[in-house]
Design a protein around this ligand. Structure first.
Ligand SMILES: Nc1nc2c(ncn2[C@@H]2O[C@@H]3COP(=O)(O)O[C@H]3[C@H]2O)c(=O)[nH]1
Ligand SMILES: [Zn+2]
Length: 405
């Protein structure tokens, strides 16, 4: 370890001394722009090499999740882990277009333009009648500690609409894709209605708003936003906003084992995720809700393909495959596949609450536990040994018919 630190220090000596010499030139007002350009280019390349080297060493030293020994772990837990985090390897959805190289440091230094544009539009100018509580919350929209629950209360249970509108206007995507405000508002209202369909304690519009804000935060704070086109930013925010649309509050396994309508439609494959996508894209079939109506055919195809890839990758059963693929890609210094990187980012945002401040994390955990307990109740109802006695005790139907179908 000490040897590694020594080698890394040595590698950094040259760029540090070049930076110092540039600083001296600037201080002494003897600026040779061409030399500074060359020095910056050289320094960025060296830092990038050290960064990639460091990333590779970190990854090599990490435990592989799949190597976890099951000693002492109850078999139900290992079974659950296996059924939740693994799946048969499927042929990945591939796009044959360019695979840009991951150069976040260089791009973060070079770009800057995007962020400037983002802040060009003041939020209050676009939506002057927002309550003070909302404006106050949105001040923290770039922070990891952003309080989405406070936004939801401040906006009278419209956290998703408020947040999506805010981000779209901040990134100026409404101008780029010529999205009419009335269309955006109609679409967002329909989206929120879909999230309220099953009254879920966890998979509701607040979760969708949370994941969208977290994804924005990851894109912005990592500098990845500079690596993306406007279409890719739009697709990412859209994918985050719709990623659990009309979630039934039950797991994919529940759908498969109860042979639900959705399981039949989607042949047991990523049942919920397929439905979220299908139902959200169905909204766009109505021109009044189609926020992408002004996209060219090519833009539409690219957007749709990216959103589909990202949302399907939120299926927890692809977790280990995704992590492994990204690790090996980083280790081999391959060019990173953009859709795969964005998919992993959305999946990261989707399971990010344990890394948030305690007050937020504990609220999410309680909500998720309540949802899991509800599912357990439905499972009991479906147990043939229990159903007759329940039917005797209750006069009406079990309520499951309307839930599952
Ligand atoms: N065990 C556990 N599962 C979680 C936690 N947070 C989220 N999840 C699950 O991870 C899933 C990610 O995708 P979804 O949002 O559809 O549903 C989420 C939950 O089922 C957590 O803190 N613990
Ligand atoms: Zn989710």
């Amino acid at each position: 370890m000490a040897e590694l630190v020594r080698i890394r220090k040595k590698k950094l000596q040259i760029p540090i001394s070049r930076l110092r010499s540039m600083l001296k030139q600037i201080e002494e007002k003897e600026v040779d722009f061409e030399e500074i350009r060359k020095n910056l280019d050289f320094t960025a390349s060296l830092l990038e090499a050290v960064y990639l080297d460091g990333t590779r060493q970190c990854l090599e030293s990490e435990d592989d999740l799949q190597q976890l020994q099951s000693d002492g772990v109850p078999s139900e837990v290992t079974d659950w882990l296996a059924s939740t985090f693994t799946q048969r390897i499927r042929r990945p959805l591939r796009r044959s277009d360019e695979k840009p190289k991951f150069r976040s440091i260089v791009h973060a230094v070079q770009a800057g333009i995007f962020v400037e544009r983002m802040f060009k539009r003041a939020y209050t100018a676009t939506m002057p009648d927002q309550p003070a509580a909302v404006i106050n919350c949105l001040r923290d929209v770039d922070r990891w500690s952003f309080d989405v629950f406070a936004l939801n209360s401040g906006s009278s249970d419209h956290a998703l609409q408020t947040l999506f509108f805010e981000l779209i206007t901040r990134y100026d995507l409404n101008s780029r894709f010529k999205i009419r405000i009335s269309c955006l508002t109609e679409f967002l209202s329909a989206l929120e209605r879909g999230y309220c369909k099953y009254n879920n304690p966890y998979h509701n519009l607040v979760h969708a708003a949370d994941v969208t804000q977290t994804l924005h935060c990851l894109l912005l704070r990592s500098g990845l936003v500079h690596w993306l086109t406007e279409l890719e930013v739009m697709a990412s925010l859209f994918a985050a906003a719709i990623h659990d649309f009309e979630h039934t509050g039950t797991t994919n396994n529940f759908h498969i084992h109860t042979r639900s309508e959705f399981a039949l439609i989607y042949n047991d494959r990523s049942v919920q995720e397929s439905h979220h996508l299908s139902a959200a894209f169905r909204l766009l079939q109505d021109d009044r809700l189609n926020i992408f109506i002004n996209l060219t055919r090519e833009e539409w195809m690219e957007m749709r393909s990216l959103v589909i890839e990202m949302v399907l990758a939120t299926d927890m059963s692809s977790h280990l495959i995704q992590v492994k693929a990204m690790k090996s890609s980083l280790q081999q210094q391959e060019r990173i596949d953009k859709p795969k990187a964005l998919s992993l980012l959305l999946h990261t945002a989707d399971i990010s609450h344990p890394s948030k401040p305690w007050a937020l994390h504990s609220r999410w955990t309680k909500a998720l536990m309540e949802e899991f307990f509800r599912q357990e109740y439905f499972e009991d109802l479906l147990n043939p040994a229990i159903i007759p006695s329940l039917l005797e005790a209750e006069t009406g139907d079990s309520g499951l018919d309307s839930f599952i179908t």
